[in-house]
Every structure is written in structure tokens, then in C-alpha cells.
Design a protein around this ligand. Structure first.
Ligand code: SF4
Length: 384
């Protein structure tokens, strides 16, 4: 099998890995003819916000583990493929020179144990760097990878990630009986945090991914772990991937998770990371899940700010961020504008880029509630 044929098998296999912000972005790549790479190249947003064509691929779809949800689990019958590090590095450098890809995400099935698999991922990244590639590399850290390997991966990559898959040991045991949450996975995220603190200059960011809805876990469990990772281990981003049943796996008859649940988890995770919310403050229902019908910031504001609106001319940044329609940038602009004079109407908020109609039910402007707005926002709109 030639390298391009392997890529056509291994690239689309990474659709289960939301590695970079690709919401609203196309999967792309040349289509038709010898270079048909549809499903391998993504227009992805980098950590600095720049969009690039990102090649996403596995090094191998062979795996010795048997995670219950995973299409690559050992024994499942499908056509597998494996790149050597040299093969993948050469192929990527060729695509990069032709302007087809400007960055690469590399994950892998586990073949020969975590350390051996990690060696091959590191070897690929080394070959890319030695081949003159200075662009974006995202490397997966394998379960059981050694600390020195994590350090080596971090020297080569712009981003590293460890897929926790579940929020705790108990939930992971039902999904991946041969993975240890604490020893094999969380410990690698701890090492990444320690190594990041000791690095000067180049410091790759770290992310993780959870499979949502496969293990009976609640949103509270997922978000409590997410909050720990953001606040204690400096995680850049937690990704949530709705469970979809895969044929010929033990979970093939389990229903898929609703995509709206994934959306609510993202919204809540941003409240934890960027808006100063504690996990206990999130508006969980009695079953410890977020309500699907309303975004969590709006639900919180309806409970807490409707009866006690925020005076935008006096509130501190922390309280401004609690108001639907006001995000971190809007709060910053609002604080600066206040130094120049009182804000008396919604149009003053609009001029600052604030979603004033969303904010209106929850604010006071110079002591007065703004006039009631007729425009309603969709219940699932992403809050600022
Ligand atoms: S170790 Fe990874 S690739 Fe292998 S079965 Fe588990 S989730 Fe799938």
C-alpha cells in the first residue's frame, strides 16, 4: 500500500479526534485524482487564532487494546494501515511544499505498548523538524508513555494531548477496561503541567478529550474533572465528543449522545475557564446534568440576576462577566468606557460590541432597567 493510499485510510479515521477548533470549518483537501485527500485536511484554528490547513492522521490504526466505543479496538474487522515515521514525514513534507497542508496532528493506535508507540510518534516529529518544518505539530501522548518521552514530545510539538475519555477511574473502567485513568492518563497530564512550568520560551499547550454519553457519566462529573484540569494543570482546552455507536463494538446498540449535550458542555467549560464560574455554581438539574434547553450562562443569570440586575456602571469585571451578552473582551471595553463617563442606554453597550439585547434583562443602566426588548435570542445561542 502506498503512502497516499495509507493516508486515505488513516486521515479520515481521526474524525473521532476534535483536536483543534474546527467548528464551522470544512474538511477539505484536494479531491479527485491521485491527490484526493478529502477528509484528511481540515481548516483548523490554531491556539493563536490563525487558520491553517491541518493534516490529521493516525500513525497506525492497529491497536492492541479493546476500548468498548472505539472503531480501532483489537479484533474489529476492518482494513488497517500503518505508516513508518519516515513514510509519514516524507509524505507530509511533500504536501507542505505543495501548499496542501501547513500543520499536522498525529495520533495513533497502541501497537507494541505505549512507550514504543510514543517513540514512533516522536521519531515522526523529529524527522519533520529535521526536514526543515517549523510549522504546527500536535502530538498525541500515548497511555503509558514515559516521562522522558513526554518531555521529548513537548520539545518538538506546539500542542500535546492526552485523551482521558472519561471523567474518572470508575467511568473509564466501563469504557476501556485495560486503561488506568490515574496511572496511565492523568499522570501524563500532571507531567505535562510540571514540564510546562520548567520550560522557558517554547511551551506547548495541552488538551484532552472526553467521550460524552458512553459510560453513564453525568455532566457534573465531566465538568468537575474539567475544572480541575483547567485550574490545577493549566489545560488549554477540554474537548467533548458525543458518543456515536460503532458497528461491531460492545456499544453498537447504545443510543448516540444528543449533540446538544456536547454544546452545553462546551459552553459550561468556557464558563469555568474564562468567566470565573466554579463548577458548583453551574445550573445542574437534579440528575447532575445541565438543562439542554438553555445555555448555562443564561440559565444561571435567570436564576440569579433577573431578581438582582447588575449595575454596569459600578460592577466589577467578575460580575460583568456573569451577564449574558458580556464576554471577556466586552467587559474589558466596558470598564475602559466607564472611565470616560456613565453608560446610560443599550446603544452605548452596543457600541462596545456587547450583545445588548441579551444583556438587557439582567442589567441596570445608571440605576434604571433598560426598556424591555422585543427581540428574543435563540435558547441555544452561544453566550458571550
Ligand atoms: S487504545 Fe485508543 S485506539 Fe486503541 S482501542 Fe483504545 S481508544 Fe481505540
Amino acid at each position: 500500500m502506498g503512502p497516499l493510499e495509507k493516508l486515505r485510510l488513516l486521515g479520515p479515521a481521526t474524525r473521532y479526534e476534535p483536536a483543534e477548533e474546527m467548528r464551522g470549518a470544512d474538511r477539505s483537501g484536494p479531491s479527485g485524482g491521485d491527490d484526493d485527500l478529502g477528509g484528511c485536511i481540515y481548516h483548523a484554528a490554531m491556539p493563536n487564532g490563525r487558520r491553517i490547513a491541518l493534516l490529521k492522521t493516525l500513525l497506525t490504526s492497529a491497536c492492541e487494546r479493546d476500548c468498548a466505543y472505539c472503531p480501532f479496538r483489537a479484533g474489529r474487522d476492518f482494513r488497517r494501515a500503518t505508516f513508518t515515521p519516515d513514510e509519514l514525514a516524507r509524505l507530509f513534507l511533500r504536501l507542505q511544499r505543495r501548499g496542501i497542508a501547513a500543520g499536522i496532528f498525529i495520533s495513533s493506535g497502541l501497537a507494541g505498548g505505549g512507550p514504543r508507540t510514543q517513540d514512533r510518534l516522536i521519531a515522526t516529529a523529529e524527522l519533520l523538524r529535521r526536514g526543515g518544518f517549523r510549522g504546527y505539530i500536535h502530538l498525541k501522548i500515548m497511555p503509558g508513555a514515559e516521562r522522558d518521552q513526554v518531555a521529548a514530545a513537548m520539545r518538538l510539538a506546539d500542542r500535546v494531548s492526552v485523551n482521558l475519555e472519561a471523567p474518572n477511574e470508575r467511568r473509564l473502567a466501563s469504557l476501556a477496561p485495560r486503561k488506568s485513568f490515574t496511572d496511565e492518563l492523568l499522570q501524563r497530564l500532571r507531567w505535562i503541567a510540571e514540564l510546562r512550568r520548567s520550560m522557558v520560551g517554547h511551551r506547548p499547550s495541552a488538551t484532552t478529550q472526553f467521550v460524552v454519553g458512553a459510560a453513564g457519566e453525568s455532566d457534573l462529573e465531566l465538568l468537575a474533572t474539567t475544572a480541575f484540569l483547567y485550574h490545577n494543570l493549566g489545560l488549554a482546552r477540554a474537548y467533548f465528543s458525543s458518543f456515536r455507536p460503532v458497528s461491531d463494538t460492545p456499544l453498537e446498540d447504545q443510543p448516540p449522545a444528543p449533540p446538544l449535550r456536547e454544546r452545553r458542555l462546551y459552553q459550561a467549560s468556557f464558563l469555568l475557564r474564562d468567566y470565573g464560574f466554579d463548577v458548583e455554581e453551574l445550573p445542574f438539574d437534579a440528575d447532575e446534568n445541565l438543562p439542554l434547553e438553555s445555555d448555562p450562562k443564561l440559565a444561571w443569570a435567570q436564576r440569579h440576576l433577573s431578581p438582582a440586575p447588575v449595575e454596569v456602571n459600578r460592577a466589577d469585571r467578575e460580575m460583568l462577566l456573569r451577564v449574558p451578552g458580556i464576554g471577556p473582551q466586552g467587559a474589558q471595553r466596558l470598564l475602559a468606557a466607564r472611565r470616560r463617563g456613565l453608560l446610560r442606554d443599550l446603544s452605548a453597550l452596543r457600541r462596545l460590541g456587547i450583545a445588548a439585547d441579551r444583556a438587557a434583562p439582567f442589567v441596570l443602566l445608571d440605576g434604571r432597567r433598560p426598556p424591555r426588548q422585543l427581540t428574543l435570542w435563540p435558547a441555544d445561542a452561544t453566550p458571550a
